[in-house]
Structure formats: structure tokens, C-alpha cells
Design a protein around this ligand. Structure first.
Ligand code: ADP
Length: 614
């Protein structure tokens, strides 16, 4: 080929710049048209670094050493956004050692997508990974720590101001077409905005420069983490770097150092009951074993002593970081304060427990009420059958003696007694169901307490007399007798209790019935106390707790012989509650019982007076 043809050919390369410099002096020996077009200052004999000064910091000759050629990538040069700059050794004019410099616009080389995806998958599984780099940043306070400093060819300092270094990183390592996207998603402002909107992870595929100058598509991931302490650990080297330590550690560990020593210090701050587990999980040996066994993370919740001298709950997690570029086993330990979470958990647990207890109690109550009910049913059928049989039997007898008036009178009397008993039984059942379904209201009308007491006594008197019991009535004469209330219901209360007292006391037993007004009653209303006591069969303490429950009767051979429904005192208790009063029972088995009823009643005169005056 003729020399002219060669020159014409080189000048016709529109995109490729070619020039030759002398090895020793860097004088320009040749340049093609493209060089001239880009830089008008170029000229034969001029010194390269004087003409192309702005590119000298990344000159391929800086790294050529003894090699035949060298290659660098330049950004935003006058030769193009991204350019491959190469230097090749040659002999000029057959004798002068020289370099041929070529500047060619960069063509991206993409790895086979298969291979890329594999790397991506691996990385998204890791915590925070930027290809070979893993950077943990505190965005608010604008600082970061580069936790994979093993491969420092990117020249990112181990720690520093995040916003500045991050931008520098982008300019240095990313394809210029992706700078915009990087700044939108991964700049400090960008991430603060996106995380501020509630997102917890940002992932984008961007073109990143490799060591050989080519670009690979790489997935960048930023994940938001909220931990009070972050430690980057290289288990193989037994070294660590604290990234965040805004914690309550009483014994502050150095920011970086020997990992075994860090664990030894750590365990001394852990509550004794967690120390064994702490070592079993987080010692270097255990972590290496676990990670070698394929585990990706190790975690535990524990109590650790803080600056305030108190134990605090924290959750600690060691997450394995995968890197295809180093065989070292890397992990990040994260610790987060969970005092509040724990408190809430315990609170919930307590509430759940209480609800469960309540349910259980209700269930038990329902069960025992159910049991009592079926017990009652069998007793009721017995109680009803007895007078019913009597009535039918006597009726049959009466049929046979229709013309014997003496016998007929006797039979009719017996039928009347049984019928009355039956009616009483039915009435009580109806009463309870009426009260239980809330279909009744108390009246408020004037009545006299002394006549109420007299009436009560005369109703129960026949039974008392029949058993030859000794009844003493003590009525405090100073009582204010005229009151307002539901006399009929009140009478029912007193009769039921007095009847029981007689019923559960043997023949010749003693019964005392007293009424008094308590001194602190005041003018408008009076607090009255009625005491009804006996020296009868008494009750065991365990039964007293159930005495007012519907259908309950003391499990006692002596009681079972006495007819009853277990409803009388339920009626009493419910009525007294409605009246705003109170009933107390004391009893000693085999000795006797004492019922004390306390009610506040409006004084009738007082009501009239205040009405008149007003
Ligand atoms: P009952 O119809 O069975 O009398 P109550 O509700 O009136 O039903 O009374 C419940 C149970 O309380 C009785 O079955 C009895 O075991 C016990 N009881 C009530 N009053 C007395 C008393 N004065 N002395 C001993 N036990 C009593």
C-alpha cells in the first residue's frame, strides 16, 4: 500500500482518532483528521500532555508498564460521551520507539442475559448490594460506610459523606446515559423522597462499568433498614466495622476491630439467661458453621443492659452477604430496639389471657348453671310428682268415699295442701324467670316497716309453730317506720329468708329476727338493717359462695330431705340488688346461720316535707 493511501484511509475514519507520540518525549509525530477536528491546537512536534491536558489524569500510559498496550475509558471527552482510549507500542519510521494512541467511541458489551440474571438473583437475595459494593448509609445524617472494602478498585473511601461520594461514584462507575436515572432513584435526595413516601425498597437496572472498562447491566438495590446498630463483619478475616451504634451499650465497643473481641464484649452486656444462646448463635465459629451449612441468617431476641443500667429488649440478626468476587464470608449484624414491641406483645398476651379467663369463667358458670338446671329438673320432677301423686291418689280415694263427708273433708284438705305447695313451687320458678328476663320493675309507694315485719312473721308463723321453734323479734322502737318502696317485694325477701331459717332449723330451734336503723342514715332516707339468724344445720364455707346461684342447694343429706327449689335465695338476692341493697351470709356448719340485709329507703315524711316546703 502506498503511504498516501494509508494517510487517506486514516483521515477518512470519521469516529476514530489516531495519533502517534514519541515514547520518551511524548512529542506528537502523527495525527489523523479526526484529531484535528476535535482539537484545533494539535500540531506535529507538540507535546501530547500540553494538547490533551484535561485527559492526563486517566492516561493509558500511566498504567502501561512493560505491557504492549493499555486501555482506559474516558467520560465526557471531546471525542464522545464515553470513549475507549488505547495505547499500543510501535516503532516510528522503523527506529523511534513510539505509541499509537487511538480514541474510539465506546460500544457497550452486555453479558449474556442468562448469566446476568443469575447474578441479579443472587444479589437481590442479599441485603443491600451494589454489585460488588455494599454500602450502608445514614441518609438523614448524610454519612455512609462501605462495608465491602475488600475490593477497593472503585476507590470509594471506607466512610464519608454520602451525598458527595455517591454522586462521585455515579460519575465514575455508571454509563452517562444512566446518570439521570441514578440520581432520581439512588441520590440522597432521591432516596429520602422515595423512602419518605413509604417505600422500603428501590431496585433499578443500570449500566455499570467493570474493571476491564466494559459495561454490565447490574441491579442496584437500596433497602430501607431501621436498626440502631449495624455491624459489617468479615468472618474470614475476623474483623468488623460498626456502621451505626446509636445504642444503649454500657460498654462501648471500638468502631472497628477484632470480631471475636466484639462478641466477648457483647456477651458481657447480655442478660445472663441469654448468654448461652448468644454465644451459640453469634460467635464467629457458630456463624461460619451456620453459613457453611447454607443458612442465610441467624437471629435472636434478647435483653441487653443499656447506658441507663436497665435491661432492654432487642432483636439481633446476622445476615449473610453474598459476593461472587471474594471467598471471604461476609455478614451484616443488625440490632433493633424492641422494648415497645415487646411491651405491646406482653400487653396483648395479658389481654388475651384475661379474655380467655373470662370466657372460661363464663363457660364454667354456664356449665355449672346447666348442671344445676338439670339437677333442678330431676329434683323438680320429684318435687312436683310428690304432691301431684298425692293429689291424684287422694282424688282416687275420694271417688271411693263419695258419701263419707268426714273422709271427704280430710281428702279435700290434703288436696288443698299439696295443691298450695305445688302452686308455691310453680310461682317461684315463674318469679325467677321473670326476674332473670328483666321483665319486672320495683314500685315506690309509702308503707310502714313495723307492719311489714308483723306481716312477715305471721306468714311464716305457722311453720315455726309447727316445729315448735322459739322466735324472738327485736324491733328498735326508734326506727323511722314510714318509708317509700315496694312493700310486696320487700316482704317476699324477708319471708323467703325467714322461711329458710325455719326450714333448715330443727324442732325447738331458736330464731331471731331484728330490725334497726343505722345512725348514719340522715334525714331524707334511712339505712335499715334486718338480721335473721338461727341455730340450725348451718352451711359449709364452700357452699356459701354459691348460695345465691339459681337452683343451687347445699349438697347435704340433711338438705335433700327438705323440699326446696334452690330458687328462693336467688329471688332474694336479685330483688335486693334491684333495691340497691346488700345481703351478707355467715354460717357455721352444724351451728347455725346469720343473714344480714342492709337497704336504704326513702323516709316517707321526709319526702312529703321536702315536697311541701319546695
Ligand atoms: P331452697 O328452696 O332449697 O330452700 P334457697 O335458694 O332458698 O332454696 O336456698 C338455697 C340453699 O341454701 C338451701 O337449699 C340450703 O341448702 C341453703 N340454706 C338456705 N338457708 C339456710 C339456712 N338458714 N340454714 C342452712 N342452710 C340454708
Amino acid at each position: 500500500m502506498k503511504k498516501e493511501n494509508l494517510a487517506i484511509m486514516l483521515d477518512s475514519l470519521e469516529e476514530i482518532a489516531v495519533y502517534v507520540i514519541e515514547q520518551d518525549t511524548h512529542r506528537i509525530l502523527y495525527y489523523n483528521k479526526r484529531v484535528q477536528d476535535v482539537n484545533g491546537n494539535v500540531g506535529l512536534g507538540k507535546i501530547c500532555h500540553e494538547v490533551f491536558r484535561e485527559n492526563c489524569s486517566e492516561c493509558p500510559l500511566l498504567t502501561i508498564g512493560d505491557r504492549r498496550s493499555s486501555h482506559v475509558i474516558h467520560y465526557r471527552t471531546s471525542f464522545g460521551e464515553v470513549a475507549d482510549v488505547m495505547a499500543n507500542r510501535t516503532l516510528w519510521d522503523g527506529e523511534i520507539p513510539a505509541y499509537v494512541i487511538t480514541v474510539i467511541p465506546h460500544k457497550l458489551e452486555f453479558e449474556e442475559s442468562q448469566g446476568l440474571e443469575q447474578i441479579d438473583r443472587m444479589y437481590t437475595k442479599s441485603l443491600v448490594t451494589v454489585f460488588n459494593e455494599c454500602i450502608i448509609a445514614n441518609l438523614t445524617q448524610d454519612y455512609y460506610v462501605n462495608c465491602q472494602k475488600d475490593r477497593m478498585w472503585t476507590q470509594i473511601p471506607v466512610r464519608g459523606r454520602f451525598a458527595k461520594e455517591n454522586e462521585h461514584y455515579a460519575r465514575m462507575m455508571l454509563h452517562p446515559d444512566d446518570w439521570e436515572a441514578f440520581s432520581q432513584f439512588f441520590s440522597r435526595d432521591g432516596m429520602l423522597r422515595i423512602f419518605g413516601e413509604g417505600k422500603t425498597q428501590i431496585s433499578k437496572r443500570l449500566r455499570r462499568r467493570m474493571e476491564d472498562g466494559t459495561y454490565h447491566m447490574v441491579e442496584f438495590t437500596a433497602a430501607r433498614i431501621a436498626y440502631q446498630m449495624l455491624i459489617a463483619v468479615n468472618l474470614t478475616n475476623n474483623s468488623y466495622h460498626m456502621i451505626e451504634h446509636d445504642r444503649f451499650h454500657a460498654k462501648r465497643a471500638p468502631e472497628s476491630g477484632n470480631f471475636d473481641e466484639l462478641i466477648a464484649l457483647g456477651v458481657s452486656t447480655v442478660a445472663p439467661e441469654f448468654q448461652e444462646e448468644f454465644i451459640r448463635k453469634f460467635s464467629r465459629k457458630s456463624l461460619l458453621e451456620k453459613f457453611a451449612g447454607g443458612e442465610k441468617q441467624v437471629s435472636m431476641e434478647m435483653r441487653q443492659i443499656g447506658n441507663d443500667g436497665e435491661y432492654h429488649w432487642n432483636a439481633t440478626q446476622a445476615v449473610r452477604i453474598e459476593s461472587p468476587y471474594t471467598d471471604d464470608v461476609l455478614e451484616i449484624t443488625m440490632t433493633k430496639d424492641i422494648d415497645e414491641e415487646r411491651f405491646r406483645q406482653e400487653e396483648n398476651f395479658r389481654k388475651e389471657r384475661a379474655a380467655k379467663d373470662l370466657l372460661e369463667a363464663a363457660l364454667q358458670k354456664a356449665e355449672s348453671a346447666n348442671l344445676a338446671k338439670s339437677d333442678f329438673m330431676s329434683r323438680m320432677s320429684h318435687d312436683i310428682r310428690t304432691p301431684m301423686n298425692a293429689i291424684l291418689g287422694i282424688a282416687a280415694l275420694a271417688q271411693a268415699h263419695l258419701y263419707d263427708p268426714k273422709r271427704m273433708r280430710e281428702y279435700l284438705k290434703k288436696i288443698e295442701v299439696s295443691g298450695t305447695h305445688l302452686l308455691g313451687l310453680i310461682n317461684e320458678v315463674l318469679d325467677v324467670s321473670k326476674i332473670e328476663s328483666g321483665k319486672f320493675e320495683l314500685e315506690e309507694a309509702p308503707f310502714e316497716l313495723n307492719s311489714l315485719i308483723q306481716d312477715t312473721v305471721s306468714i311464716v308463723q305457722p311453720e315455726i309453730r309447727e316445729k315448735n321453734q322459739n322466735l324472738v323479734v327485736e324491733l328498735d322502737e326508734k326506727i323511722h317506720f314510714s318509708v317509700l318502696g315496694d312493700e310486696q317485694r320487700f316482704r317476699q325477701v324477708l319471708v323467703n329468708v325467714l322461711q329458710n331459717v325455719s326450714k333448715y332449723t330443727g324442732c325447738g330451734g331458736r330464731i331471731r329476727f331484728s330490725a334497726s336503723e343505722k345512725a348514719d342514715g340522715g334525714d331524707q332516707s334511712g339505712v335499715y338493717q334486718f338480721v335473721i339468724e338461727d341455730n340450725g344445720i348451718g352451711m359449709k364455707q364452700e357452699y356459701l359462695e354459691h348460695i345465691f346461684e339459681p337452683f343451687s342447694r347445699a349438697a347435704d343429706s340433711r338438705t335433700s330431705k327438705i323440699s326446696g327449689t334452690g330458687l328462693g335465695l336467688t329471688v332474694v338476692w336479685t330483688l335486693i340488688q334491684q333495691m340497691g341493697g346488700r345481703i351478707q351470709v355467715e354460717s357455721e356448719y352444724g351451728k347455725g346461720s346469720r343473714f344480714v340485709i342492709t337497704v336504704s329507703l326513702l323516709k316517707d315524711d321526709a319526702a312529703k316535707c321536702s315536697g311541701g316546703k319546695g
